[in-house]
Design a protein around this ligand. Structure first.
Ligand SMILES: Cc1cc2nc3c(=O)[nH]c(=O)nc-3n(C[C@H](O)[C@H](O)[C@H](O)COP(=O)(O)OP(=O)(O)OC[C@H]3O[C@@H](n4cnc5c(N)ncnc54)[C@H](O)[C@@H]3O)c2cc1C
Length: 408
């Protein structure tokens, strides 16, 4: 695919791929995926059949050219940039909604697969590891947050010390998405405590295979009453890696972390917009069908107001996301922090309100498992915390305004 490709044509192709290649894989594991008791192992990890299905989708997508299509061309990606990235996630979530559809493995996610941050790979990482990341042969997780460091990421305590050409890493990580089944982790560790304490650097990013002695998946974090989950607590005791496992520069880890956070904000804006539209489409269909007091509930003005508020907010959130993705399309350019924070803050809160209203329109049926709206409420609630809480996003916006970025 070339950078001149029409984004909408790319997205059409992706949706066709999801229907013809992914949906059959999903159908084969449907019963296990839908049954909360069969979905997870007793320790909370996703059942190996579902892990294998997810990996099969990713590898098929890599072969078809979709998995890494938004990664830079100079690391072997399609070079399609952030506008295609936004539109693709928006379209997938509009079709498949908030549930954990296998189609979401069709595009690489920066925390688990290839992205522009792999431009930092050199030597061994570029030559021996990057190709298997690009082809989805290996999947990772992103290890920034810790039990005592979430919003305040400079507060991480994981340490890496150098002895000749070897680094030894010790510490604990918490919340790593895909941590329970990852092949490798990108671990952010303090390598210069003085610089890190001054918030001026001193944090380094390490590529760590999860099979390395001393690396442990301590436990799976379960959310919203589920029997298992995708986030992990990780332990590292005397984990040794070579110098060639440093991603980027020694001391340059925070730049990598900030790249990831902002990329995540475009992604989360897109999926909130898409899944909100999925919910609105269901609410409109239900309102036309369901009758009370002798007429469809869509004829009651109180229900119309709920639908209109959803549509207006989705329209505004999509406009914000599209503008953010268009103005920051080139992934060699750092994403505007204020604009990314505004879009993610707005879109995640829109999703939260849209799912609440869609449930209200459905009455009691809105609470039923089979309608799936509760999954959207769960996801929207998560996204007001993960990848920057509502409060941190507003603090970021205000800081950038007072530093002089008043462009709106
Ligand atoms: C589902 C999920 C997936 C995640 N995936 C990953 C992952 O893959 N990799 C990874 O490294 N991390 C991941 N995270 C961690 C995520 O980035 C943190 O949860 C997030 O940054 C918030 O940190 P915290 O949970 O420690 O909350 P805290 O930082 O403890 O915040 C608690 C409360 O205090 C508020 N607060 C904190 N500081 C301020 C301030 N300065 N001003 C105003 N209010 C403030 C917060 O807004 C919040 O309301 C994930 C989290 C979740 C929930």
């Amino acid at each position: 695919m070339s950078a001149a490709t029409d984004p909408d044509l790319v997205v059409d192709g992706l949706l066709r791929f999801a229907k013809s290649e992914v949906e059959p894989i999903e159908a084969a594991v449907h019963d296990r995926a839908e049954d909360p008791a069969a979905r997870y192992l007793p320790d909370g990890r996703l059942h190996p059949e579902l892990v294998a299905a997810d990996r099969a989708v990713r590898r098929a997508a890599a072969k078809a050219g979709y998995y890494a299509m938004c990664c830079p061309a100079d690391i072997g990606g399609g070079g399609l940039g952030r506008l295609v990235f936004f539109k693709a996630w928006d379209a997938l979530y509009r079709r498949y909604g908030p549930r954990e559809a296998l189609a979401y493995g069709s595009i690489a996610h920066w925390a688990t697969g290839p992205s522009a941050l792999w431009r930092q790979a050199r030597g061994y990482l570029a030559e021996s590891i990057l190709p298997s990341v690009m082809s989805a042969e290996v999947l990772g997780c992103f290890g920034l947050s810790e039990p005592d460091a979430g919003s305040d990421a400079w507060g991480i305590r994981t340490r890496a010390t150098r002895d000749g050409a070897r680094w030894t890493i010790d510490g604990s990580k918490q919340w790593q998405t895909n941590g329970p089944t990852a092949d490798y982790a990108l671990i952010l560790a303090v390598t210069d405590p003085g610089l890190a304490a001054a918030r001026k650097g001193g944090v380094t990013c390490f590529y760590v295979p999860t099979a390395t002695p001393g690396f442990r998946m301590e436990s799976v974090i379960r959310l919203f009453g589920q029997a298992g989950g995708h986030e992990a607590i990780l332990g590292l005791t005397g984990v040794e890696v070579g110098e060639d496992h440093v991603l980027g520069d020694v001391g340059g880890g925070f730049k990598i972390a900030m790249y990831s956070v902002n990329q995540g904000r475009i992604y989360n804006t897109a999926r909130c917009v898409g899944m909100s539209q999925w919910a609105l489409e269901r609410a409109v269909a239900y309102a036309r069908d369901r009758r009370t007091f002798g007429q469809p509930i869509a004829e009651h003005q109180a229900v119309q107001l709920l639908l209109a508020d959803c549509a207006t907010e989705i329209y505004a959130a999509r406009a914000a996301g599209l503008r953010l993705a268009t103005e920051n399309d080139d992934d060699a350019v750092e994403i505007n922090r204020k604009d990314a924070a505004m879009a993610k803050y707005f879109a995640t809160n829109v999703a939260w309100r849209v799912f609440d209203r869609a449930m209200q329109v459905h009455g009691g049926m809105g609470l039923a498992n089979e309608v799936g709206l509760y999954e959207g409420m769960h996801l929207a609630r998560i996204l007001r915390i993960a990848d920057g809480t509502d409060e941190i996003l507003r603090v970021t916006i205000a800081k950038e305004l007072t530093r002089g970025d008043l462009a709106l």
